[in-house]
Design a protein around this ligand. Structure first.
Ligand code: DUC
Ligand code: ZN
Ligand code: ZN
Length: 482
């Protein structure tokens, strides 16, 4: 900490790329000036970072993680300590994790447990959404309290996982009405879980037990139908802000695009796995290998999805990249939910429906979406907008987070576009899991230096952060509404 000058870099914001220098004092950015503007104060600085030839971007904001999520008889394998460190290695300086209320539990107990897990553990700042797994009078009251007093202004509901997290349409409507009253956002896991469960039982009865059947039994029309239904319910509830999480399918995206065309407060995120991975290359691998990529919504087929022919012939992935360009998808998150292959994914040997759902990715989102810039899918500005700025605005953390501007937290990443990153368990890999969904990928660019509130967390390929540096952020209401 102290006074830091970042000079000679190219600062990227959603509105442009500028040759600017950045001055930091303590935990805060104090000034941004054209190149050389701070030469007079350089001597008095405690640290000078020469970012010549590099990009200077706001710290990444990953608004969808699941540290230690209880799922399928086990727990996501990253703690807040290991997961927040891995995030920092990936240029992320803020995570928003999903606190859990399961059916039958009290919301406040669930939230208290999440604070216990996270407090004093994080290397970077963190906030919470609240999963509401049981909509009733008590949890509805809690939603209001959390929004008004606890800095939790977004609530995730599930149209899937009957008997675990599932809410029926009536419960969803009631939760949406409550959110509309207090200005909160509803985040929706949009898959028709009732129909999916029938398809799963039918597949298992036919002896179809391999991991790839996880995707076949969750066809994209069931994501699109649930997305449509959530949009209709949010309309009936008074245009309550609705944010569809982990969107994987072009037909679901069409529903969001249509609602947005009508000026509705409907938003969506996608994740790197849906933009880059296909069923054929992942879940479809022989034997049980494919379990590494079991997540919900599922990784989808490249070109032979029997239910879907992509617009322009590009399949789901082409649609999702286009959606990111068009702001039909406003955010890229990870849905980071890691499980080890050994003993965790293996719980589903012989029955794909028992494989814990989730992919670990908090470390690689900034890298993988930058790869979209290199591939010509997105601009540099849009990379920063979808991974840093809009997530902060969407969930009430702007301009503290998500932007390089005077007064903002000094969460800054220096990004080296001139080198490559090799991802893999014996290469770049800091998440607490025994495999990588991106094993062997060599991609352009590299996280060079990471500052969290003015403290160096990553530099010279080493972790310099500290457990407990990360602070809990009380969020405000969404700043992204139409
Ligand atoms: N999807 C996952 O893949 N894991 C955790 C929960 C979810 O919705
Ligand atoms: Zn989900
Ligand atoms: Zn999730």
């Amino acid at each position: 900490m102290g006074k830091i000058l970042i000079k000679n870099g190219r600062v990227i914001s959603p509105t442009g790329v500028h040759d600017n220098d950045v001055l930091i004092d303590g935990e805060t950015i104090t000034a941004v000036g054209s190149r050389g503007y701070f030469a007079g104060v350089e001597q008095g600085c405690d640290k000078v970072i020469d970012a010549n030839g590099k990009y200077v971007i706001p710290g990444g904001v990953d608004v969808h993680t699941h540290m230690e999520l209880p799922f399928g008889g086990t727990f996501a394998s990253d703690t807040f300590e290991t997961g927040s460190q891995a995030a920092a290695w990936g240029g992320v300086t803020t995570i928003v994790d999903m606190a859990v209320q399961r059916y039958g539990e009290n919301v406040f107990d669930g939230l208290a447990e999440w604070h216990r897990k996270a407090e004093g553990q994080c290397a970077i700042d963190y906030a919470f959404h609240q999963i509401i797994g049981g909509v009733d009078d008590q949890s509805l009251k809690a939603m209001k309290y959390l929004t008004e007093h606890e800095g939790i202004s977004s609530f995730k509901l599930f149209m899937a996982y009957p008997g675990v997290f599932y809410s029926d349409d009536g419960q969803i409507l009631r939760a949406m009405q409550t959110a509309a009253e207090c200005g909160a956002m509803i985040m929706m896991h949009a898959e028709n879980g009732i129909a999916i469960d029938v398809l799963v039982q039918q597949a298992l009865a036919r002896g179809e037990s391999d991991p790839r059947f996880h995707s076949y039994t969750r066809p994209s029309p069931l994501e699109a139908e649930a997305t449509h239904r959530a949009i209709v319910l949010s309309h009936v509830a008074g245009n309550v802000p609705l944010y569809i999480v982990h969107m994987s399918a072009g037909d679901a995206l069409n529903e969001v695009a249509a609602a947005r065309h009508h000026g509705r407060n409907v938003f969506a995120e996608t994740c790197p796995q849906y933009l880059w991975l296909t069923l054929e290359e992942t879940l479809g691998q022989p034997g049980f290998e494919g379990s590494k990529w079991v997540c919900s919504t599922p990784v989808r087929s490249r070109d032979n999805d029997p239910h879907y022919i992509g617009q322009m012939g590009h399949g789901h992935q082409g649609d999702l990249w286009k959606g990111l360009r068009m702001n039909e998808l406003a955010v890229v998150s990870t849905d980071h939910c890691p499980f080890c292959f050994k003993d965790q994914k293996e719980l589903g040997l012989g029955d794909f429906s028992k494989i814990p759902n989730g992919i670990g990715g908090v470390e690689h989102r900034m890298e993988l979406i930058y790869q979209g810039v290199v591939a010509g899918e997105l601009t540099l500005e849009r990379w920063v907008e979808t991974c840093c700025t809009t997530p902060a605005r969407m969930f009430g953390m702007y301009p503290k987070k998500g932007v390089i501007a005077p007064g903002s937290d000094a969460d800054v990443v220096v990004w080296d576009p001139n080198t490559k990153t090799k991802i893999g368990i014996n290469d770049k890999h800091h998440m607490n899991m025994d495999h990588s969904a991106w094993e062997g990928w060599v991609i352009d660019g590299k996280v060079d230096t990471v500052l969290s509130r003015g403290s160096v967390v990553i530099e010279n390929d080493a972790f310099h952060g500290r457990k407990g540096h990360g602070q809990y952020i009380k969020r405000g209401l969404s700043q992204y509404l139409v």
